[in-house]
Design a protein around this ligand. Structure first.
Ligand SMILES: Nc1ncnc2c1ncn2[C@@H]1O[C@H](COP(=O)(O)OP(=O)(O)OP(=O)(O)O)[C@@H](O)[C@H]1O
Ligand SMILES: [Mg+2]
Length: 324
């Protein structure tokens, strides 16, 4: 809509992960290298985590582009991971191009192992990639563990890449999954961008769509500082804020996006509602805070009922506060 007005070839801040827009921060580079070399060196089991919107799926798409260049690689790419173990195996088997309909779990596992071992014997690489892996159930992760056992004396035969939000780290750290955790060969983590990177990120996107000399006019340094403040360097939020700010500047027929416009957009998107420091404060509620909160609730309860609750009820209320 605003493209012609700002002399741009296309929208610079679309939120679908497009590898041609990759902005190579040190962390993104390292994470992509870890994914790629983990697969190519047949390390077996690679994990990438990062908070929402930091570029994990984008990196996976970059990885797929790299892998597609090699004729000796076959991969299954699974991105909807809220699946039962059988559905999980069914999906993988059919993504590798094998028949899966009507097969039970044992048959699926048998076919998959056969496929992987046969490829391994021919020196070919087989990869299983699971995005959104934090949604995998403990049962599905157990299937993953079984698949990591496919190996020769030198190599893992199936390369497994799990990608997900930080809950995936928590799942893998759980006692139940110790065996799986011990098999992780490479683990990397994406962080939001810092201020300088946010600047580079915005400028690169603008340049890629044709804003060369006027990139700085469109998003001056003070505007970028406002974008960074509100997005906290999370790429998806940077895109949302910039896209909507551009639209708003266009509606006002301005040649520049101003910091005030960015503030307004952030307000509309309620980006200021919970600041990270407050989130940390909430998460860091210590024992005394909890006891105080429980006391307040008990007082309230007592005043409502005009009597003090019995000890057991008091404990229940306190326990609920503790869980909250
Ligand atoms: N390094 C980067 N260079 C260019 N664009 C990026 C980069 N990192 C993230 N983005 C962009 O940010 C948006 C969110 O990225 P992506 O969908 O990959 O995040 P995610 O970590 O997979 O999020 P989620 O946890 O919600 O799945 C996309 O538009 C993506 O293109
Ligand atoms: Mg994603």
């Amino acid at each position: 809509m605003y493209e012609a007005f700002y002399n741009l070839k296309r929208g610079p801040f679309e939120i679908t992960p497009d590898p041609s827009f990759l902005f190579s921060t040190k962390r993104h580079n390292e994470a992509l290298a870890a994914l790629y070399y983990g697969v190519r060196w047949r390390k077996g089991f690679v994990v990438l985590t990062g908070q929402v919107g930091t570029g994990k799926t984008l990196l996976l798409r970059c990885l797929l582009q790299l892998l597609k260049q090699s004729k000796d690689v076959a991969y299954a790419y699974l991105f909807s991971s809220r699946l039962s173990p059988t559905e999980f195996l069914q999906y993988i088997v059919s993504d590798f191009g094998l028949p899966s309909a009507g097969k039970n779990k044992g048959e699926l596992l048998f076919d998959l192992c056969n496929f992987v071992v046969n490829r391994g014997l021919k020196g070919l690489t087989t990869v299983l990639i699971v995005d959104e892996a934090h949604h995998l159930s403990a049962e599905a992760l157990e299937e993953v563990r079984l698949l990591t056992n496919l190996e020769t004396a030198e190599h893992k035969l199936l390369q497994i890449v799990l990608v997900g939000q930080p809950e995936l780290d928590d799942k893998l750290d759980s006692v139940k999954l110790t065996q799986l955790k011990q098999r992780i060969a490479i683990r990397s983590h994406l962080e939001p961008l810092d201020h300088e990177e946010t600047k580079g990120y915005i400028e690169r996107r603008l340049r890629l769509v044709g804003a060369n000399s006027h990139a700085e006019l469109l998003f001056p340094a003070t505007t970028i500082a406002a974008v960074y403040r509100h997005s906290r360097g999370i790429p998806r939020l940077i895109n949302t804020v910039c896209e909507n700010s551009l639209l708003s500047a266009y509606a006002k027929q301005l040649s520049s996006v101003t910091p005030e416009i960015v503030d307004e957009v952030a307000r509309d998107f309620r980006l200021n509602m919970v600041r990270p420091a407050e989130v940390e404060k909430l998460a860091g509620f210590d024992e005394i805070d909890l006891q105080r909160a429980a006391r307040i609730l008990l007082d309230l309860y007592a005043s409502m009922h005009k009597t003090l609750p019995r000890d057991t009820e008091a404990l229940t209320v306190a326990a609920r506060v503790r869980q909250a």
